[in-house]
Design a protein around this ligand. Structure first.
Ligand code: ADP
Ligand code: MG
Ligand code: MG
Length: 902
């Protein structure tokens, strides 16, 4: 064993040693650099320090044993390969130090370029570049700037101000007008800034630069903005980042050099073609930062046909290889193309569907894989409403449709103000010249993001697309003045608080609030667009993938609907029944008065009269719904909330009584109501007299509802329809409760149904933990179970939902006690375990017991997968979530092990 102990842990991999499947260890960037290297694409040589080294560093605060020596060895072999030594005064090797986690976190983490430059090697670099002083000093000032900002936390603005000063002194706006002398002066200014903030000189020792930069990349994993981004994107906090050390290639050597980004298809729409931005005479970060205006990639064909053709060839090869949309970073150094990064590219929801469809057509993937590549969150996005435009609304500006959607809201200019107003419940549009990682919280809070600069690949665009947030970038007609909190467009001034509307598909900007209309995908689900005829690639792709999901899924999808209209819409959206028809709203409005009579009844006669008056109204409600759901099951839940919810609040009644007394009016009824409210007051209404408990305490209440359901079913059936009611008893915790209700209900049903052929099932909700734990007994009395996962979560955790979400969930999320609210997505280990137990023990007691879920989890993608695994028969969710649940149920049925759907 001793021999094994001495085997050193491998922390550093040469690019030739890795491949694309090693993302956990090498990060996405490193794994894909390795993959491209092995495909024979021109990647500058380099090596990757693993995420394990990072994790070890973060855990202990120092580099793990052996790391330094391994870096040394790989650096030496890199120097040998390049024929140069790091920071050599005559002919320096320079490297970039690049972060790269398993999941891409655009702009969140750190990269330092030109490591190895110092006062001496800058001269050597110039000489090697044929006496190109300008290039050498430009590279050096970039190093000090990036190193200062990311490694030593020097405020970035200070460097930017110095750069602006230099440009102003030169009388130019363009950094390309700065010559070698200007840049040499700028290096001096930068060094002073560096020394002022760090209390030391800029490090001249190349190896020290390298080690500090590596350490800074490790630490950037825990930078606040990275933490915020991970939480938003639900990326686990313990993955760590890899570090890539890559030999520098130079896009800033002159007009025959440059740098760019490219997509193999349009990440916005999915359309085939060549998309990207190119910037001549620049280093990589200039493109992403949106600092200078890029040209469309197509123009590279004129500038450098050889590199352009070569790039197109590599793009085709990468697509073929990854069988998906790829995005690429490249640099051209004096006519020689270098590939600096690729990955399976982020895309909009629409593009995800369109591309999946195209790849099936091209024979690269099959329909299962296409289904796997889209998800319910994307589909939900495509169901967002869109602007309804008429002549009244003319755009005042047009930028780039960077992330689709239609958003209206009050203009704000800072992240902090966005967060503030959003917390007050306002919709806001964050307007900036360009965003940077510090704007992240504001971007999360905003309905939409509008910038005056930057392309499809700017920070704003990339981050907004990732979040599924509407974004228009590069609307350069906007003159944005952040300090003055206003922007000017088309001669008009728009101040903070004014309302604007932005269309992230077309890039158009409107003043005021533009009304919205249903999206194409919703029109398709509504049956208003025929997918065979639509010349719309998106509708066709959605149709095709939904059809496949429906074929594959085992789970049925029902809807929660309380009215005929909701039921009808849900049915058009593909619902296969109603899983939850709440009856409480049927006691509101002008029926309240009957409920008051019921509550105040002091004799059997009074109570029976009130119930008798409610019966026909209830019957009509059910007839309407049974007609709409003709032939499909309808689960009706008997009344659930505490009755005092139907009475006016205590304070209001007290005032009414006082006012009426003052006026000398008859206050008998108000006083009676007031007394009732006082009597019925509960400290914990959610745990009080509600659900089945009401049915057992108030004679005739459930009986009236059962009778209304049965009579409605008989009437619909007699008139040629087919009603399949399932009566559901809420809040059962013990089989005896259910047995009592059931005995009475069965009598009524037998009497009403007679020989009409109508069959009425009786079952229960499983939403009290005790019910889940005694499911075997309860199943003896229940023909079906429906999991009420909202209450089950509430009671399982002991959370009062209305109180906890606002009060402290943020802290729980921050501490990572849970990654997502258990009300949003089912807590598999705890509440999910209750579901599992009840499903197993229920089915053991009554084979074939019908199982469903009717909490809001029924429309949550992750929860749908869980319910599939547990073996439920159906999920039920709100009408708009029905397509999402269908899609996810299909995905759950084909999910292959180990696949990564992010
Ligand atoms: P990010 O993850 O933020 O894109 P990168 O590590 O990709 O950061 O680097 C930032 C920019 O610097 C990119 O445009 C990249 O192409 C460029 N870059 C990185 N390494 C090199 C290199 N060795 N030579 C030239 N440019 C580089
Ligand atoms: Mg990059
Ligand atoms: Mg409930």
């Amino acid at each position: 064993m001793a021999a094994q102990d001495s085997v050193e842990h491998k922390y550093v991999y040469d690019f030739a040693e890795g491949n694309k499947d090693l993302k956990d260890l090498l990060g996405g960037k490193g794994a894909n650099l390795a993959e491209m290297t092995n495909l024979g694409l021109p990647v500058p040589p380099g090596f990757t320090i693993t995420t394990e080294a990072c994790k070890a560093y973060l855990a202990t605060g120092r580099e793990p044993d052996g790391l330094a020596a391994q870096i040394e060895a790989h650096l030496e072999s890199l120097e040998r390969e390049m024929g140069r030594k790091l920071g050599d005064p005559q002919d320096p090797l320079l490297v970039s130090v690049r972060s790269g986690a398993k999941f891409s976190m655009p702009g969140m983490m750190e990269t330092v370029l030109n490591v190895g430059l110092n006062d001496r090697s800058v001269v050597g670099l110039s000489a090697q570049a044929g006496g190109n002083d300008r290039f050498a000093w430009d590279s050096y000032r970039r190093l000090i700037q990036m190193f200062g900002k990311t490694v030593c936390e020097v405020p970035g603005e200070e460097f930017e101000h110095a750069l602006d000063d230099a440009k102003r002194a030169k009388g130019t706006q363009n950094d390309l007008d700065l010559d070698a002398d200007d840049l040499r002066g700028l290096v001096d200014a930068y060094k002073k800034i560096f020394a002022k903030h760090t209390g030391r000189e800029f490090p001249q020792e190349p190896r020290e630069q390298l080690d500090l930069a590596i350490r800074a990349v490790f630490e950037s994993w825990n930078a606040e903005r990275a933490v915020v981004y991970r939480r938003q994107e639900r990326i686990p906090a313990d993955l760590g980042t890899a570090v890539n050390v890559v030999a520098m290639v130079f896009g800033n050597l002159g007009a025959d050099s440059g740098t760019g980004v490219a997509f193999t298809r349009d990440p916005g729409s999915g359309a085939q073609g060549i998309y990207g931005d190119y910037l001549a005479n620049a280093q990589g970060e200039d493109v992403v930062a949106g600092i200078r205006n890029t040209v469309p990639l197509q123009e590279l064909e004129q500038l450098d046909k050889k590199s352009y053709d070569e790039l197109l060839d590599y793009m085709a090869r990468l697509e073929e290889h990854y069988k998906d949309l790829c995005d690429i970073e490249f640099t051209i150094e004096r006519g020689k193309l270098w590939m600096l990064q690729t990955r399976v590219g982020k895309r909009t929801a629409a593009a995800a569907f369109v591309i999946a469809g195209q790849l099936v057509d091209e024979g690269l993937i099959d329909l299962d894989e296409a289904l796997h590549r889209v998800n319910g969150a994307q589909l939900a996005q495509l169901m967002f409403p869109r602007f309804q435009l008429d002549h009244e609304f003319q755009p005042v500006a047009k930028g780039i449709g960077a992330s689709p959607g239609a958003a209206s809201g009050k203009v704000v200019f800072t992240s902090a103000r966005a967060v503030e107003l959003a917390a007050e419940g306002e919709s806001v549009i964050l307007v900036r010249r360009e965003t940077n990682p510090d704007d992240l919280n504001g971007m999360i809070a905003a309905k939409g993001i509008l910038t005056s600069r930057g392309g499809k690949t700017s920070h704003a665009a990339v981050v907004a697309r990732g979040m599924g947030k509407t974004c228009v970038s590069g609307a350069d007609e906007l003159d944005v003045n952040v300090p003055a909190k206003k922007f000017i467009v088309a001669g008009q001034t728009v101040n903070e608080g004014d309302v604007v509307s932005i269309d992230g598909t077309t890039g158009k900007v409107y003043l005021g609030e533009v009304p919205v209309m249903p999206s194409e995908v919703v029109q398709y689900f509504e049956g208003e667009l025929n997918p065979e005829q639509a010349d719309d690639a998106l509708v066709k792709a959605v149709h095709r993938i939904m059809t496949h999901a429906d074929e594959k899924r085992r789970l049925r999808v029902r809807t929660n609907a309380d009215t005929g209209a909701d039921a009808a819409r849900a049915r058009r959206f593909g619902a296969q029944g109603i899983g939850l028809c709440r009856t409480e709203h049927m006691f509101l409005g002008d029926r309240r008065e009957l409920v008051e009579r019921l509550i105040l009844a002091s004799t059997d006669e009074e109570r029976e009269a009130a119930l008798a008056a409610l019966l026909p109204l209830q019957r009509e409600d059910f007839i309407d719904i049974f007609r709409e759901m003709d032939g499909l099951p309808v689960t009706v839940r008997l009344i659930d909330p505490p009755l005092h919810e139907f009475l006016p609040p205590l304070e209001q009644l007290a005032v009414n009584v006082a006012v009426a007394q003052e006026r000398g009016e008859d206050v008998a009824k108000e006083e009676a109501l007031l007394a009732a409210v006082r009597r019925m007051h509960e400290e914990n209404p959610m745990l009080g007299l509600r659900g089945v408990r009401l049915g057992l305490v108030i004679p005739g209440l459930f009986a009236m509802q059962v009778r209304a359901i049965a009579e409605a079913a008989v009437e619909v059936t007699r008139s040629g329809g087919s009603a399949c009611p399932e009566i559901m008893v809420p809040l059962v915790g013990a089989v005896q409760e259910l047995e009592t209700v059931r005995a009475e209900a069965e009598k009524i049903i037998a009497e009403v149904v007679g020989d009409s052929g109508v069959e009425v099932l009786i079952g229960t909700m499983i939403e009290v933990p005790r019910a889940a734990l005694t499911a075997g007994q309860i199943a003896e009395a229940a023909q079906f179970f429906s999991f009420g996962t909202n209450d089950l979560t509430q009671m399982g955790w002991g959370f009062s939902r209305d109180d906890v979400e606002g009060a402290f969930f943020w802290r729980y999320l921050e501490l990572g006690i849970f990654g997502i609210s258990p009300f949003e997505s089912i807590d598999r280990e705890g509440v999910g375990r209750l579901v599992r137990i009840a499903a197993e023990e229920g089915r053991a007691a009554r084979p074939g017991l019908k199982l469903g879920v009717c909490g809001e989890h029924g429309g949550d993608p992750d929860s749908v997968h869980f319910f599939h695994e547990v073996g439920l028969d159906y999920v039920s969710c709100s009408p708009f979530r029905v397509p999402v649940a269908r899609l996810e149920a299909g995905r759950a049925a084909i999910t292959t092990t180990g696949s990564d759907s992010r």
